[in-house]
Design a protein around this ligand. Structure first.
Ligand code: HEM
Length: 151
């Protein structure tokens, strides 16, 4: 129902943005960890340290923040009438496509960390550094869509 959040609306939106910050902080740092982890595969003691850091980041920040961003974001979308075919929500459809892609990237990065854990690295250091830029690019596009709402 449109406007269903009532007085809770600004609080839900604030919480959405707070957990977006936590999720994005984790999304910026995990790919960087992957570069260091991969470069340290042959150094005794290094892989264990990166595995522990990656596990902690995933358990304490990445997974909980992503779940909360999705839950709060879907509540806000329902509040705007997305599920009742509300008008003028082209920006939100585009944003949802991008956040789905970002969630896929999240899954890929966690999967690559698992691969490194078994000593397998199938991306070159250069490619890994390039894919590091994906979350920044996604964040720019998502924030522009959410704030400017160009369509
Ligand atoms: C994961 C799924 C997500 C969903 C379903 C979602 C949905 C929404 C909705 C419906 C609003 C509009 C609230 C309103 O004005 O009433 C909103 C606001 C916002 N979202 Fe998201 N969002 C998601 C993820 C993200 C991500 C990943 C970012 C940033 C990287 C982000 C940044 C923002 C910002 C900055 C606003 C405030 C816009 C404003 O009020 O001017 N969101 N979100």
């Amino acid at each position: 129902m449109t406007g269903m959040l009532g007085a809770a609306y600004p609080w839900v939106k604030a919480a959405h943005i707070i957990f977006v910050i936590f999720w994005m902080a984790g999304m910026f740092i995990l790919p960087r960890y992957l570069v260091h982890h991969q470069e340290g595969l042959a150094i005794p003691g290094e892989p264990e340290r990166w595995i522990a850091r990656e596990d902690k980041l995933r358990r304490m920040i990445l997974t909980p923040a992503m779940i909360l961003v999705w839950l709060l974001g879907l509540l806000l979308a329902a509040n705007l009438g997305l599920f009742e075919g509300g008008e003028g929500l082209g920006w939100l459809h585009a944003k949802l496509v991008l956040v789905l892609a970002l969630s896929g990237y999240h899954g890929w990065a966690v999967g690559y960390a698992r691969k490194l854990r078994t000593g397998r690295a199938n991306l070159s250091a250069r490619t890994l550094r390039m894919v590091n830029e994906v979350p920044a690019l996604a964040a720019v596009l998502i924030v522009v869509l959410a704030v400017v709402r160009p369509f």
